[in-house]
Design a protein around this ligand. Structure first.
Ligand code: NAG
Ligand code: NAG
Ligand code: NAG
Ligand code: NAG
Ligand code: NAG
Ligand code: NAG
Ligand code: NAG
Ligand code: NAG
Length: 911
């Protein structure tokens, strides 16, 4: 990753921390009684040990004493802690820096422990030991005589309480995408913050302090822009590069709001609105295809009639949603544009409006510029695109040129010149250079499911960009990639190499890490049965790149790392260079003496420049026809083909699958089904000692042949059959993170009680906070899910009321708790289950994530496990007991995976 502190000028960093993005409010002189003020005195209790990304599982020792919220400050109270002298921790007082203006208030806390010998702990446990947890308590005083509508920022915080209301999710990366909306009475409000240190997010080599900010900001109590302006493309020759636009709206009121239209505001005749991009089509592919490939289809059609028939965009009270629409420029020379968003409060007839304006950026088609497109999740995203220059050094008659991906490091916005300028010195490369965002500055989920879908959507929009802009330069080969990236982007480069080998022409991973576990070890989690930890670990199989190096065989790789990198140690690149060699693959590794994590010119050292020019002009054909190769698969849902061979299902998803190919001889291990794709696989193969004729099964020569293990025998089946089969496949594969492979917004359905509404909002907020995802919240009592949603679903359920139960599923809810049918067909009853989370299938390769609680508190516990941060390791199902609150994973009563028939695998843990 790229800790911001190592890559941004420190002044800028300071600025970002003190007033992230546009949120800076000009401070006014302190009035006698500010409307919002935080205590400068905070009561702190800690430190206690915690493992890398463990906090999601609970693992809070104070829960054993009933939770921090039930403890009062007492300087004599003694708490056991593994980190301190005598094994004892005490309460302490910390002074926060506070500030207030007429409309906002802030408190910045820096908590550190001089009474811990961090250096010694580090010699034994490494960076794992400077990750610790603590709690801090302060107060927010709201002045005045009226209820105040506010949003609450929780920078670098994962979990907190306001009085007796719990909230999990927070804003660990300080995005400020989806702060909670609160309506506070005048008076004192107690704030308890769980502080969790994370080396990746906070910086490894820095002082082991925890620096967090809480801030309140006054809002309108109605509809607000969550971000100023419109997310839209730059303008080329008086025309938008791409027409997709998006505004992010937040309902800061107490009642639900319906958006009724978005209309151009400065030129009244130019109405070019509405929601075709968001209209929920039954064919989810359409939603994507329309956005990605059909930019030219032209004129704005007025969809108001359709909206009038019932579909409007509802933003429930407290929710933040991105709203997509098409943009047309009022004039070629316009320097800004304005849109008028009309809305109404549900069950009221009053029509209101909100204006949004955006300055336009006019650029040359040859400059890196912003293009927008639809992410499969139904949101508009952007990438920076640098088309091949006029004088690009292409081969003679090279009509289609490759895509060069440049994946950014953590904490960086792709439109930052530090990202797009890094390849300026090679302005004449024969390539379409794409600087994707991965949707967020942490590339969604570290360039994995959500982030990589964004990369692929950005690539797919290039042909449409070419048509839409009447581009007459070189064409693009969207299946031919040179992948590069720095830091977290270097890790993303490894992901591309190991998961899309048939598309990767060459790769340049720079200063990247091998896997999150190798970056900061998972030592210091609460102790757990190795069967439990093995499930957690297996949930991350697909992202342990050091295990997948065989997939890189025959791909030219130029590695680079600074010798004295103290952020991502050069160890990672050295280690992968060796792993490549041990798995029969190869790379050139260049270690740059005396260089740290980032330096000017890092992406254009002489070694890299040579490599860029050689590879962009490469004549190698893709996919490569390989005589001998291996494929290692952690999650087939993530995997593309290698040598035309694609693993589509594993026997046990809790274990890696392997395929070895030599000539026409194929050997498999833990693999259930495989596709053999054109152009190489047409005749007979020998698979696990059995001869199998592929030609007869192919519908035509362009389609792959699917083979499946049936008992002990491999059989062929038409791909059309597999598409209809009820077995688990495609986007349903993988652990809980598979929910992020949604096509269209994720729906969240809840029973409609106060607590379940609160939790549904928390889930929605977290998905937007961490992925900028869109969600549609349905309450059983108010509205119900419409039939034509295309996205994945999250269902909140309480007690024995679980609707839409799938009869054959091995996990069921009964009046006394959870019943699980294990891999041997035995029923396990978990009457003590507090909460549970599991995946179940919906038609059309969709998924539903069920969050179940024995009661409100149990459901709150279950809701923590909705995918958010990487490295947490949620498998397909988890049954949580009370003890998970302090024991973490050891407090899970059962957890594991479902196989292709949605049955519990033998690799699962069932107690
Ligand atoms: C550790 O315990 C000893 C014996 O009770 C005590 O004298 C000493 O002050 C304690 N040290 C700390 C840092 O609490
Ligand atoms: C109290 O806080 C100070 C300053 O943050 C810190 O140096 C000290 O170690 C803390 N003491 C205890 C007992 O936690
Ligand atoms: C906040 O300040 C008030 C008044 O100074 C004090 O009474 C209260 O105890 C403080 N709260 C905390 C948590 O320090
Ligand atoms: C609050 O109400 C009191 C009495 O109604 C009034 O005197 C005071 O000015 C009000 N304060 C504010 C901040 O509005
Ligand atoms: C928190 O509790 C205090 C004291 O009971 C009360 O005045 C305040 O309104 C509460 N705040 C919230 C957000 O519930
Ligand atoms: C926005 O639309 C509303 C309702 O149609 C209208 O009353 C208002 O004048 C419009 N505002 C602007 C700035 O165009
Ligand atoms: C919006 O753009 C999409 C994709 O280009 C297109 O299919 C649709 O017709 C457009 N709708 C309007 C109202 O312009
Ligand atoms: C290509 O053009 C750019 C300016 O557009 C220039 O900086 C670069 O040197 C040129 N490259 C070659 C090989 O002529």
């Amino acid at each position: 990753m790229l800790a911001p502190s190592h890559c941004l000028p420190s002044v800028l960093l300071l600025f970002l921390q003190l007033c992230p993005l546009y949120h800076c409010s000009t401070s006014t002189p302190l009035e006698h009684k500010p409307l919002f003020s935080f205590n400068s005195t905070w009561e702190v209790l800690g430190p206690f040990q915690i493992g890398t990304r463990e906090a999601t599982w609970g693992a809070d020792p104070l829960e054993f004493n009933g939770g921090f919220r039930n403890l009062e400050y007492d300087p004599r109270a003694v708490f056991r802690s593994s980190l301190l002298t005598n094994g004892t921790a005490y309460w302490n007082i910390t002074i926060a820096e506070t500030s207030s203006s007429t409309t906002s208030g802030n408190a910045s806390l820096s908590v550190g422990y001089s009474n811990v010998d961090w250096d010694f702990l580090k010699t034994v446990y490494g960076w794992a030991s400077v990750q610790y947890q603590a709690w801090a308590r302060g107060e927010l005083v709201v002045g005045g005589n009226e209820t105040q509508h506010i949003i609450l920022h929780t920078d670098a915080i994962l979990e907190f309480w306001i009085n007796d209301t719990h909230s999990f999710g927070g804003d660990f990366y300080s995005y400020r995408n989806a702060p909670p909306v609160l309506h506070l009475e005048p008076g004192r409000h107690r704030i308890d913050l769980r502080l969790v240190r994370d080396v990746r997010a906070f910086g490894g080599i820095l002082k082991p302090t925890i620096d967090v900010v809480v801030g309140v900001e006054q809002v309108s109590g109605s509809l607000d822009l969550a971000k100023p302006g419109i997310l839209m493309s730059d303008v080329i020759d008086g025309k938008l590069a791409t027409p997709h636009g998006s505004v992010t709206l937040r309902n800061t009121g107490a009642r639900d709001i319906e958006i009724t239209g978005i209309h151009a505001a400065n030129v009244s005749t130019n109405v070019s609105t509405l929601f075709p991009l968001l209209r929920l089509s039954t064919d989810s592919q359409m939603l994507v295809a329309r956005g990605a490939n059909d930019l030219t289809s032209g004129q704005a059609t007025d969809d108001r009639a359709e909206n009038a028939q019932g579909y409007g965009i509802v933003i429930v009270a407290g929710q933040t949603r991105p709203v997509a629409f098409n943009i047309t420029l009022p004039t070629h020379k316009a320097s800004s544009l304005a849109y008028n968003i009309t809305y109404k409060v549900i069950d009221s007839s009053e029509h209101l409006s909100l204006e949004v304006t955006q300055d336009l950026k006019h650029v040359s088609a040859y400059d890196p510029h912003k293009i927008t497109f639809l992410h499969p999740g139904g949101i508009v995203s952007y990438a920076m695109l640098r088309p091949p220059a006029k004088n690009a050094t292409c081969r003679h008659k090279q009509t289609k040129v490759p895509v060069l991906l440049a994946l950014h490091g953590a904490g960086l916005e792709a439109d930052n010149s530090m990202v797009t300028g890094a390849l300026d010195p090679v302005s004449d490369l024969c390539a379409w250079i794409v600087f994707p965002t991965g949707v967020t500055t942490w590339s969604g989920d570290d360039w994995h499911n959500w982030g990589f879908a964004d990369v692929e959507a950005a690539i797919d929009v290039i042909p449409a960009w070419i048509r839409y802009g009447n581009w007459s330069g070189s064409g693009v080969d969207t299946d031919r990639w040179i992948v590069s990236g720095h830091s977290n982007g270097g890790q993303g480069t490894w992901y591309a190499v190991t998961h899309r080998p048939d598309k990767v022409l060459a790769a340049i991973p720079v200063s990247g890490y091998a896997s999150i576990q190798k970056y900061v070890p998972y030592e210091l989690w609460q102790p757990a049965d190795p069967r439990r930890t093995s499930v957690i670990s297996a949930s991350m199989n697909s992202y342990r790149h050091e295990m997948l190096m065989a997939n890189a065989r025959s791909i030219p790789i130029q590695q680079q790392h600074g010798e004295v990198d103290d952020n991502v140690p050069a160890y990672h690149s050295r280690f992968l260079a060796q792993q490549l060699q041990l798995s029969g693959a190869n790379s050139t590794y260049h270690e740059v003496p005396n260089q740290n994590h980032w330096w000017d010119g890092i992406m254009t050292t002489p070694e890299l420049i040579d490599f860029y020019y050689n590879q962009t002009r490469s004549k190698e054909k893709l996919p490569r026809e390989l005589d001998e190769f291996s494929i290692v698969v952690g999650d087939p849902g993530d995997m593309g083909s290698k040598g035309g061979v694609r693993v589509t299902q594993l026997e046990d998803p809790g274990q890696y699958g392997r395929v070895h190919v030599k000539g026409r001889t194929v050997k498999t291990s833990n693999v259930l089904s495989i596709e053999f794709g054109p152009p190489f696989w047409k005749d007979a193969i020998m698979i696990d000692g059995q001869t199998l004729e592929l030609a007869s099964a192919a519908a035509n020569t362009d389609t792959p042949v699917s083979v499946r293990l049936s008992g002990d025998t491999w059989v062929t089946e038409a791909v059309s059959t597999t598409k209809k089969s009820p077995s688990r496949r495609g986007r349903q594969l993988g652990s809980m993170r598979a929910i992020l492979r949604t096509h269209g917004p994720i729906t969240i359905e809840h029973p409609g009680t106060v607590n379940t509404s609160h939790l549904a909002l928390q889930v929605s907020r977290n998905l937007h906070q961490y992925f900028r995802a869109d969600t549609i919240i349905f309450s059983k009592t108010a509205n119900s899910a419409s039939a034509n949603v295309t996205g994945n679903a999250i269902l909140l359920a309480l007690g024995d009321a679980l609707e839409g139960a799938v009869a054959d599923l091995p996990i069921q809810v009964s009046s006394s708790g959870i019943i699980l049918r294990d891999s041997r067909g035995r029923e396990q009853r978990y009457d003590e289950a507090r909460g549970s989370v599991w995946l179940r299938p919906l038609e059309g390769e969709r998924l539903e994530l069920v969050l179940w609680g024995a009661d409100d508190e149990g459901l709150t516990q279950a809701a923590r496990l909705v995918p958010m941060l990487t490295g947490v390791g949620q498998p397909d199902f988890v049954v949580l007991g009370e003890e998970a609150k302090w024991k973490g994973v050891e407090g899970a009563l059962a957890l594991g995976f479902f196989d292709s028939q949605w049955q519990v695998t033998a690799s699962s843990f069932v107690s």
